[in-house]
Write a protein that binds this ligand. Structure first.
Ligand code: 13P
Length: 154
């Protein structure tokens, strides 16, 4: 990944206030990067940047909104991870409430682990991630070699 990173930001409804507070605190560190969100999270983060930059000449980060999570947004995000288009994911999922698309959530988490992208699922991890020296530099996650699986005899 380059210095300019593509960062996925996603939160379930009960965790959106947490994520917005985190963005509010870290918005300057997010400037210059590209942000990809599921639909509703993306609208709220866009609003947050509009608020932060109101009356300033500075422009906010590019924010791309996918579909809302339950409507396929998690799957779209997983697909972007498979094609190496996401460098980092911060996904504050709700540990207290089942979601209609729990299977999609699980699939997204699995793909994030499979592709070894830095992934934070709570605020403390997100804090460590954004304050890491590696956040400011290029970094290449090491990928496991799956060639023996791909070339297996069937
Ligand atoms: O459900 C989500 C992630 O699983 C988030 O979707 P929204 O950002 O559209 O609320």
């Amino acid at each position: 990944m380059n210095i300019r990173k593509t960062i996925a930001l996603v939160a379930h409804d009960n965790r959106k206030p947490d994520l917005l507070e985190w963005v509010d605190y870290n918005w300057q560190s997010l400037q210059g990067h590209k942000i990809i969100c599921t639909g509703t999270t993306g609208s709220l983060i866009q609003e947050k940047f509009n608020q932060k930059l109101k009356g300033s000449k500075e422009v906010g980060p590019e924010i791309i909104r996918l579909k809302s999570g339950p409507l396929g947004g998690d799957q779209q995000l997983g697909s972007l991870i498979c094609t190496n288009e996401i460098d980092i994911m911060i996904f504050l999922w709700d540990p207290m409430e089942p979601q209609p698309h729990d299977v999609d959530v699980k699939a997204l988490e699995r793909i994030a682990v499979l592709y070894n992208i830095p992934y934070a699922s709570n605020r403390a991890s997100a804090d460590f991630l954004i304050s890491s020296e590696l956040f400011k530099t290029g970094y290449k996650p090491k990928l496991k070699d799956y060639s023996s699986y791909i070339n297996r005899k069937i």
